[in-house]
Ligand binder design. Structure first.
Ligand code: GCO
Ligand code: MG
Length: 444
């Protein structure tokens, strides 16, 4: 605020001369500089552990002032790169970097058709880079720009899985010994491709050569798994489970009824986004909290579930919604309707995406829980400054912006298309096919 407007406030009796002097002191201390212009927009595409990560770098016309943002959509990463380079780069060069929401709205509108995963990720990469620049300019971590901490650190859940129940229990106990108070539990189905769970090599008869998944076989195992986990792990541990959209709405209603007694922290993705019209019935089936949203790209998906209080946790993959700017609005909407946040945070989110999750987790009152990710050494090599996790809590970097840099030479060592051992990976990083025994595709 400049002196004239401060004096104006004095005329209005809002500020005393002493308060004006104090504010002038602060304004001088923070590097109040003219608004930086966008000089270049670059894309870093790297797969340190085989998962395709896409990061946008915005370079400004002020020496040494730049920022990074997450644009990671691992299954179609090769489409996000040109979406940034061919469309957003020419659109942005020369524009002021300090008008974040205005630029977000302009990018969102510039494709006419919108709310899709590829363009939203491209926008997210730019958006989060602008927040990084703002933080670097202000000399503050991004969570401070959002209003500062509502809590000291971010409570997380760990992934625990197993091909059989004893293996799952053992893995869960290991996470609990490391301080996690929340554990997601997933169980394999012998011979089938269970989500997020160990595989077993039992032979299953089928009419095709793809991996198999039979919803009813999974449902029987899932109920037994939850019963065993509650019995073996005790009453205190918070158990979460991800259905991963693989069953029908009426099966989801039955699962809600059959598992209510195990007191889950939440049941995630009970149905696919195409079936969100069933949420009223699913919600009415039991008191088990519901989490939904990692597959959402559009306000038309999350708004009704939040406004009608049909879920308890919104699980959006922040870059799929277009970045920090729209998701802080989703968080505010959630607070009004009693819905908490549980941002999507697996390995196919870049460290900048995890940092954006953590900034929202710290600064939003209605934080619920954060999915944790232990950054592998290679990811830390490419992205110095990855957020730290200790005793089941994520901590933000107490440095300006995200507090993460990119070692671009290291990033080049890990091009798309190769796995962790350097083996050639499938050409497009797609999500793969899973089918029922008769060959029907499973949405998974
Ligand atoms: C989760 C998600 C992920 C997704 C993956 C897709 O709850 O973390 O379900 O495991 O399956 O991010 O690329
Ligand atoms: Mg999930």
């Amino acid at each position: 605020m400049n002196r004239r407007s401060m004096l104006g406030l004095v005329a209005a009796g809002a500020l005393t001369p002493r308060q004006i002097a104090a504010q002038e002191q602060v304004a001088k201390a923070t590097r109040a500089t003219p608004s930086p212009k966008i000089k270049d927009v670059q894309v870093i595409a790297t797969a340190p552990v085989g998962l395709r990560l896409v990061v946008v770098k915005i370079v400004t016309d002020q020496d040494g002032l730049y920022g990074y943002g997450c644009a990671t959509y691992t299954q179609r990463a090769d489409l996000v790169v040109p979406a940034v380079e061919k469309y957003l780069r020419p659109f942005l060069i020369g524009k002021s970097a300090d008008r974040i929401d205005d630029l977000w709205q302009a990018m969102y509108n510039s494709s006419y058709w919108r709310n899709g995963p590829v363009l939203n990720n491209a926008i997210s990469g730019v958006d989060q880079a602008l927040w990084d620049i703002k933080g670097r300019q202000a000399g503050m971590p991004v969570y401070q720009l959002l209003g500062g901490k509502c809590r000291e650190a971010v409570d997380c859940y760990a992934h625990s899985s197993g091909g059989d129940i004893p293996q799952l229990i053992e893995n869960a106990k290991r996470h609990m010994a490391n301080g996690f108070r929340h554990v997601r539990v997933q169980i394999g189905v012998p011979g089938q491709a269970g989500y997020g769970s160990g595989r077993t090599d039992v032979k299953v008869e089928k009419l095709h050569n793809s991996p198999v998944f039979e919803p009813e076989d999974y449902l029987r195992r899932a109920v037994k798994m939850m019963e065993a986990c509650r019995k073996e792990l005790g009453d205190e541990i918070e158990l979460l489970h991800d259905v991963h959209e693989r069953i029908s709405p009426i099966q989801a209603i039955r699962l809600m009824k059959e598992t209510e007694k195990f007191r889950l922290f939440f049941l995630e993705d009970p149905v696919s986004p195409e079936d969100i019209g069933w949420f009223k019935q699913i919600r009415a089936a039991s008191s088990t909290p519901l989490a939904m949203g990692e597959l959402f790209n559009s306000p038309h998906e999350w708004t009704p579930l939040i406004a009608e209080r049909l879920i308890d946790y919104i699980r959006i993959h922040v870059s799929q919604a277009g970045g920090l700017t729209p998701c802080r609005k989703v968080a505010a909407l959630g607070e009004i309707f009693g819905v908490k946040t549980a941002w999507h945070g697996p390995g196919d989110v870049s460290p900048f995406g995890h940092a954006a999750n953590i900034a929202l987790d710290l600064a939003c009152y209605n934080f619920g829980i954060q999915e944790s990710y232990i950054f592998p050494e290679r990811v830390k090599e490419v992205f110095p400054g990855c957020p730290i996790i200790k005793n089941g809590y994520f901590y933000a970097n107490e440095v300006p912006g995200w507090g993460i840099e990119v070692d671009e030479a290291a990033a080049k060592k890990y091009p798309f298309g190769y796995g962790e051992q350097g083996e050639r990976r499938d050409a497009n990083g797609g999500w793969g096919e899973i089918r029922r025994k008769d060959g029907t595709i499973i949405k998974q």
